[in-house]
Design a protein around this ligand. Structure first.
Ligand SMILES: Nc1ncnc2c1ncn2[C@@H]1O[C@H](COP(=O)(O)OP(=O)(O)OP(=O)(O)O)[C@@H](O)[C@H]1O
Ligand SMILES: O=P(O)(O)OC[C@H]1O[C@H](OP(=O)(O)OP(=O)(O)O)[C@H](O)[C@@H]1O
Ligand SMILES: [Mg+2]
Length: 279
């Protein structure tokens, strides 16, 4: 059985579980369960704190896991990223009261609160800056107001949390983070299938299937608008002057592409969702 670590709570847990379900796996029914087996798919899920996942996967106790890139790097684990998962995007940044910290060097000698001392310590060391890291478990944005630190380093998504605490982003980007699939033994049997299934979910989210009818002589021009992944499917219609075309189109471009095709002379342009894919 392939042993898979999944975040049991926090920002990544719901989307991770949803993605695995879309990939055809049966997860836990009880939201408090710590483990669940999916014998039909030959996998067992372990629901763990996102912060601990890199430790379990890095030691080889579990084969593969879903966590944040920032947590993987913070842990110093042996596991490595084998796939990005297209959710849980955030930026890891320093923040401080307005006009107190402009450059990285300004952090020298200051107290910097963070829940990610491994990640932040490595970053500062790489840049030759010495600061006093204050390790807190969470809500680190409060640390400056409460006099425990001069600056913080934390996950920033909308920036609302740090603004509400009177802080501003300061200095360089520490890390662009996202949810990732990690493993210390990526060649283990079963991991390739899991990856293909997750990639299928990503493709199904990112693309739609577009069908349209087109005067045959416009095919070359239309093919430039909808090249598909390899090349579009072209089928004859009863009227020999027309063809039917089917191609995958990035979801974000759908309306542009339909406008362009219509202007070109395509008609009966239909868009359908992709439920699952294996490329
Ligand atoms: N607001 C956010 N937007 C996007 N991604 C986030 C956000 N907060 C956290 N993350 C990502 O999720 C990872 C786990 O953070 P999360 O807050 O879920 O766990 P935690 O802080 O260990 O747990 P908790 O907040 O429940 O105590 C982070 O390392 C980061 O990669
Ligand atoms: O930029 P924003 O959109 O405001 O999001 C960033 C906040 O989200 C996370 O907090 P979380 O809710 O996980 O609490 P925590 O500090 O206890 O981890 C993170 O630690 C920041 O505090
Ligand atoms: Mg958190």
């Amino acid at each position: 059985m392939l042993r898979i670590a999944v975040p049991n709570k926090g920002s990544l847990s719901e989307t991770a579980a949803h993605m695995l379900a879309e990939a055809g796996y049966t997860g836990r029914r009880d939201p408090r369960a710590l483990t669940s087996a999916d014998a039909r798919n030959g996998v067992e899920f372990f629901y763990l704190r996102p912060r601990d996942i890199a430790t379990y996967v890095g030691s080889g106790a579990l084969d593969v896991g879903i966590t944040g890139r920032d947590l993987l790097l913070d842990s110093g684990s042996e596991a490595r990223e084998i796939q990005t998962l297209d959710f849980g995007d955030s930026t890891f940044r320093f923040a401080a009261p307005p006009n107190t910290v402009r450059t990285l060097d300004d952090l020298g000698g200051l107290r910097v609160a963070t829940s990610y001392p491994g990640l932040v310590g490595d970053f500062l060391a790489r840049h030759g800056v010495t600061a006093d890291l204050i390790r807190l478990d969470g809500a680190v944005e409060s640390a400056v107001r409460l006099g425990v630190a001069d600056a913080v380093a934390d996950v920033v998504s909308t920036g609302a949390t740090l603004r509400a605490q009177g802080l501003e982003i300061a200095g360089p980007v520490i890390l662009e983070s996202t949810a990732v699939l990690i493993s210390a033994q990526p060649d283990r049997p079963g991991i390739a299938t899991l990856q293909r299934r997750l990639q299928g979910v990503l493709v199904a989210r990112q693309y739609v299937l577009m069908d349209y009818d087109l005067p045959r002589e416009l095919l070359e021009k239309a093919q430039a608008v909808t090249p598909g992944l390899e090349s579009p499917t072209v089928s004859p219609l009863a009227d020999s002057g027309w063809v039917a075309v089917r191609a995958m189109v990035p979801r974000a471009d759908v309306n542009h592409v339909m406008d362009e095709l219509y202007d070109l002379g395509a008609r009966a342009i239909l868009v359908g969702s992709i439920h699952a894919a294996r490329l």
